[in-house]
Design a protein around this ligand. Structure first.
Ligand SMILES: N[C@@H](CCC[C@H](N)C(=O)O)C(=O)O
Length: 259
């Protein structure tokens, strides 16, 4: 059968977006991986279904590029809000449900401001920090990040015995570039490559930079695909609330594909 799809991107993290309010999309791992393949398919870091939900404006169901259902995707959340707005499903404010629970968002023509899940349990290790911002993230500070081997080093951590045992992780490398500015590069689990941006990843980096370097909210973050901002409130030594991921998200093209 042929289905309509839309392609969206948020700071270069790109997604196939499907209006699945009828609930008819055939959710099959191989099919989703094929659609996301950059040579044989449409090409994307992930595929997202916008579905109906009784209690919320919509449900966001996110799959990584390998076809497996992912944990929360921050940029995907922002792109799904833009998609829902473009479809006329929502106005300029929304409350929706995703794999990690309820989210709120505000829409302007330039930006989507997405409220992220509260964070509890920041682990501080000598060489890195770890936290779950809806998805699991290792955060390691590096100098001269532009020239750093993100794929090789990220892969080594992601597939180390410890992280395989713990269910896998995304890996973020971060460099401070001013009082309120970070530069972040991310190796993404489920894409198994460096992506141009990772929303839950930059959120983890901002919270880590606050704890380790004393950087205050809001923190601006440069990624390969553009610029994001993260604001937050720290409520105890390892807990954060009112976390917002703010940045652009837009439709790139649309089409039909046989599934
Ligand atoms: N790109 C995402 C992160 C997606 C989740 C991740 N790949 C996983 O399942 O671990 C983002 O913007 O947050």
């Amino acid at each position: 059968m042929n289905i309509s799809f839309y392609k969206y991107q948020g700071t270069g993290n790109d997604f196939i977006m499907i209006d699945d309010r009828a609930g008819t999309f055939p959710m099959d791992k191989e099919r989703i991986a094929h659609l996301c393949h950059r040579r044989f398919g449409i090409g994307a870091d992930g595929l997202i279904l916008l579905q109906n939900d009784e209690a919320y404006d919509f449900r966001m169901k996110y799959f990584n590029a390998d076809g497996g259902e992912g944990s929360m995707c921050g940029n995907g959340g922002r792109a799904t809000v833009r998609f829902a707005h473009d479809l006329g499903v929502i106005g300029d404010q929304t409350r929706f449900i995703a794999v990690d629970g309820e989210h709120e968002a505000l829409v302007t023509s330039e930006q989507i401001s997405l409220k992220m899940s509260n964070v509890k349990g920041l682990e501080e290790h000598p060489d890195y920090a770890y936290m779950n911002t809806g998805s699991p993230h290792v955060v390691a500070f590096k100098e001269n990040l532009q020239d750093f081997k993100v794929y090789q080093e990220g892969y080594a951590i992601r597939y180390s015995d410890e992280w395989v045992k713990r269910g896998g992780t995304n890996v973020n490398f971060v460099e401070q570039q001013g009082d309120q500015q970070l530069f972040v590069r991310t190796y993404e689990r489920g894409v198994e490559d460096e992506t141009y941006s990772c929303g839950t990843g930059v959120t983890a980096c901002a919270l880590t930079a606050h704890v380790k370097l004393g950087m205050e909210s809001p923190i601006k973050i440069k990624v390969l695909g553009g610029n994001l901002e993260v604001s937050f409130e720290q409520t105890s030594a390892d807990a954060f609330e009112n976390i917002y991921l703010i940045g652009p998200a837009e439709r790139v093209f649309e089409g039909t594909v046989e599934v």
